[in-house]
Design a protein around this ligand. Structure first.
Ligand code: PLP
Length: 425
């Protein structure tokens, strides 16, 4: 295909998640009693897409012009304000009182925010530090911007690590290596409620990671440091604003915020407000200097303009109105709590069933997924599919979409994994 440039030719293959979803759909259409653990959207126990009814009702009342008109290129000011609050929660005021300034640019979903970060915070050819495992599309966002990935392990090698769920030593070593060779370093961390594992860092681990990042920035004052927290699922986590709390704690404890350090949140409203298709999110950034925040507003606004123009308007308008009143915010949060309870009930049942059936499932705390680390994920997923339980084999393990599995079928997933492990051994 000579009409494709070499970088176009590199883009191959169907998304693995959608191909395993198609297998579930074919089995169900053929009449099998099949379990769908493939999709990354929250489904009710009857298999229909879960919808936050408060958001849906508010959207339907929006005036026609809010659907049709462009939004301002950087986003509606009321939505930018809401984005900062959704990222920081009740800690927003504390952080501002501690001298931090926050800014935001509206984006088409969390993906848009990740794209803004990939295109602006590291030099072409440099590596971005990721936790291994990571959401597959990260690799594509980075590659598309001429960047590479460096990784550190998912979990510490010893169980009695002082930073549970975080390999701090490996993180710090990787950071040192990158800071020694690059003009800027950036790390992406999907926490809390990590996709694909459901892991959330503890408060101690968050503090240790932030401290390591601050120290690296202080030691390498000519190297830009960006900590990007991917907040795609945080509003379903037990500690939705744990990162804002940790940042406030660090500042309270007198840790100096180096000028060359930036903290960002890639905020997605796709899941938290069940508006996956309305493509609404924001890149939120924190820095002690107002002038840095203003400069970032321009850089991100221009990048968006050159890529997708403005982000869609309607949800920006409707949600900023909804959250502006206490009743509206409370009604949204009641519905969110209902959905969060559905997820935690499934997870509790699943972890319990894994224990009963001897499945060595990874630690999993919040969000949409659980993870079974294994050497041959395709063989394990195939063996589950033979029992009509459909999961997604990814690099290094199998992703269990608890968000999609009806509560009554959760135990069947654990049983299928137990049988699959035996079959594959
Ligand atoms: C880890 C992670 N980050 C970011 C996103 C971005 O979501 P969206 O672009 O739909 O808002 C997703 C969506 O699945 C995700 O799983």
């Amino acid at each position: 295909m000579q009409y494709l440039a070499s970088h176009g030719q590199e883009k191959t293959g169907n998304d693995v998640i959608f191909s395993w979803l198609a297998r579930y759909q074919n089995a169900a259409a053929a009449g099998a009693s099949a379990v769908n653990g493939t999709v990354g959207a929250l489904l009710e126990d009857d298999g229909k897409l879960a919808i936050n009814t408060v958001v849906d009702a508010a959207l339907r009342e929006a005036p026609a012009t809010e659907f049709s008109a462009y939004a301002p290129l950087k986003g509606l000011p009321s939505f930018l304000d809401l984005s900062i609050t959704l990222a920081l929660g009740d800690h927003r005021q504390d952080l501002e009182a501690l001298g931090l300034h926050a800014g935001a640019t509206a984006t088409p979903g969390g993906s848009g925010a990740l794209y803004l970060a990939a295109s602006n915070f590291t030099e072409r050819g440099d590596a971005v530090l990721l936790r291994d495992r990571f959401w597959g599309p990260y690799a594509g966002f980075l590659r598309g911007c001429g960047l590479n990935a460096a990784t550190y392990p998912l979990l510490p090698s010893s169980d009695d690590s002082s930073t549970p769920n975080l390999d701090l030593a490996a993180f710090s070593d990787s950071l040192d290596e990158l800071a020694a060779t690059q003009k800027s370093v950036m790390t992406w961390l999907n926490d809390p409620a990590h996709n694909p594992t459901g892991l959330s860092l503890t408060a101690e681990s968050r503090f240790a990671l932030l401290n390591a990042f601050m120290e690296s920035a202080t030691r390498n004052e000519h190297v830009g440091h960006t900590l990007l927290l991917d907040a795609a699922y945080h509003l379903y986590a037990d500690e939705p604003h744990g990162w804002a709390e940790t940042i406030a704690e660090a500042l309270d404890a007198g840790l100096p915020w180096p000028e060359n350090m930036l903290v960002c949140f890639a905020l997605s409203l796709s899941k938290s407000h069940t508006i996956y298709g309305l493509r609404t999110g924001a890149l939120v950034y924190l820095h002690p200097e107002q002038s840095s925040v203003q400069r970032l507003n321009d850089v991100m606004g221009v990048t968006g303009r050159q890529t997708w123009s403005a982000a869609p308007r309607v949800a920006q308008h409707v949600l900023s109105e909804l959250h502006a009143t206490q009743d509206g915010g409370q009604a949204w949060s009641d519905e969110r709590d209902r959905l969060a309870t559905l997820l935690s009930k499934r997870r509790e049942r699943f972890l319990e069933a894994c224990k009963q059936h001897g499945v060595a499932i990874n630690p999993s705390h919040d969000g949409f997924f659980a993870w079974y680390e294994c050497d041959d994920p395709v063989a394990v997923a195939e063996a589950c599919a033979n029992q009509h339980v459909y999961l997604v084999p990814l690099n290094g393990g199998v992703r269990i979409g608890l968000c999609a599995v009806p509560t009554s079928d959760v135990e069947r997933v654990a049983q299928a994994l137990a049988a699959a492990t035996e079959a594959v051994a």
